[in-house]
Design a protein. Structure first.
Length: 156
């Protein structure tokens, strides 16, 4: 079983998704039973659709259960707070444009760039990992190389 590193919020988000999927699975079971009672299963679109949806739900439920079982919550781990790692909120300045950027490094499950959360496996995060406040890093991005000054590193 592989380890999945999550923040406490990410862990709770996955748990909530799992509960919702289990609720949907129960509702779907009722719908499948009702469709089964309508007769010929080979030509019963409701039954066929229900079974396909049930299969998708069960796959996602299994995936989430596996991730949650192997999850390590970063908030509880001893990390060097002076360096950038998973869970860090980093304030940086693009040396070329002068723009200030703020991102929180998260797991792929929690990533949402529109909310300032980027995956730790993204090119930007990979270039930041291990850097410290006051330092500067060169990061190779798909759009080209960027020189970033690390203004602040904080763990919330």
């Amino acid at each position: 079983m592989s380890e999945t590193y999550l923040t406490k919020d990410g862990f709770e988000k996955l748990q909530a998704e799992l509960l919702e999927l289990k609720r949907q699975k129960n509702e779907l079971s009722v719908e499948i039973n009702e469709a089964r009672e309508q007769g010929d299963l080979k030509e019963n679109a409701g039954y066929i659709y229900g079974k396909q949806k049930q299969s998708q739900l069960m796959s996602r439920i299994s995936e989430l259960e596996l991730r949650l079982r192997g999850a390590k919550i970063v908030d509880n781990m001893a990390v060097n707070k002076d360096q950038i790692s998973l869970g860090a909120t980093v304030t940086m300045r693009d040396e070329k444009t002068g723009h200030t950027l703020v991102y929180t490094l998260s797991s792929a499950d929690e990533a949402d760039p529109s909310e300032g959360r980027i995956s730790v496996s993204s090119p930007l995060a990979q270039g930041l990992l291990g850097a410290a406040q006051g330092g500067s890093v060169k990061v190779n991005l798909p759009s080209g190389e960027k020189q970033l000054a690390i203004l602040k590193v904080e763990y919330k």
